[in-house]
Design a protein around this ligand. Sequence first.
Ligand SMILES: [Zn+2]
Length: 73
Amino acid sequence: MQNLPEDLNNIIGDYLFSCKKYPIYINKEFTEMFCKKTKNCKEVTISRKTYCQHCDKNQIWRARMIMNNLLTG
Ligand SMILES: [Zn+2]
């Protein structure tokens, strides 16, 4: 069997790797792809929950709103 073309690998990578929060280690090739796909990911912790600054923008915004309401209300 032939090696998968790189394009197909990228498609698979898009499916498998969504965020650095959820690491998947399959083999060296995919680990490199994982790092590339998630290079913008940065973990932040709000109210003891872990979010990603890159992927969870909406959740972070909501969490901050709730925090603000708790603090001012
Ligand atoms: Zn992320």
